[in-house]
Design a binder for this molecule. Structure first.
Ligand SMILES: [Zn+2]
Length: 244
């Protein structure tokens, strides 16, 4: 005879099966310039999941003065890195919000194997787990081309790319005629430095999530529409498998 504890537990699951089984708890991994923001916006619409950009929610928590936000602010004010447990605390608060009950898309965290493990434990305490890790893979040279080709207009921040989306006249904004400049962040040297940091992160995360059977790789050299289709198909299959 099965113990009543097990019965009760399965009842709890049966009652909430619609939301728990179809949850899409996702992590987005990819180099700067891979188009993660674009994909995130589309997936948010497709699957009605909450987009959790770590940098944004940290700033939000700070400006709202939540308990964790105040903690984070102390570190930031001292010029220190916000410790993992504080960041994870802020993420978990967000994961527990109403709009994240069907799932979430986490961007910008974790950045190391240790953070990945800590996040899994924190989600486990909520009886939730990751559904998939979406890895948008783009070779370094392509990223350098994309980012170092960016030009921004000084007046209104209109964005161009000298390779893929050039203005009609070199160095001049089509829309307001103001001068186009390259931001310091987009200089080739800076881009390569950022990619170096990113490589160290993925070198830890990719094998970790591959080993857990969660990693799904997408060819980020394809156009945004094609990448989106591929991700959506993969996620729909995952949801179906989960419901069987
Ligand atoms: Zn402009």
């Amino acid at each position: 005879m099965p113990g009543s504890r097990f019965l009760r537990r399965s009842e709890v699951h049966a009652n909430s099966s619609v939301s728990t089984l179809s949850e899409l708890n996702l992590i987005l991994v990819g180099p700067p310039g891979a188009g993660k923001g674009t994909q995130a916006a589309r997936l948010q619409e497709d699957f009605a999941i909450a987009y959790i950009a770590t940098g944004d929610i940290l700033r939000e928590a700070v400006s709202e003065g939540t308990e964790l936000g105040q903690k984070a602010k102390e570190y930031m004010d001292n010029g220190d890195l916000v410790p993992d447990e504080v960041i994870i605390g802020v993420i978990i608060e967000r994961v527990e919000a109403e709009d994240a009950q069907d799932g979430f898309l986490l961007d910008g965290f974790p950045r190391s194997k240790g953070q990945a493990e800590a996040l899994e434990q924190a989600l486990g305490r909520l009886d939730r787990k990751l559904t998939a890790v979406l890895f948008i893979d783009v070779p370094e040279e392509e990223i350098v081309k994309r980012l170092s080709g960016r030009r921004v207009c000084q007046e209104n921040g209109h964005v161009y790319n000298v390779h893929s989306d050039p203005p009609e006249q070199d160095g001049v904004c089509d829309q307001d005629g103001s001068k186009l400049v390259q931001r310091d962040d987009d200089r080739e040297e800076t881009v390569r430095k950022r990619l170096g940091v990113y490589d160290k992160q993925t070198a830890q995360l990719v094998p970790f999530y591959e080993n857990e059977g969660l990693l799904h790789r997408f060819d980020g050299t394809r156009g945004p529409g094609e990448v989106h289709d591929h991700i959506r198909k993969t996620l729909s299959t995952l949801k179906l498998e989960d419901q069987l």
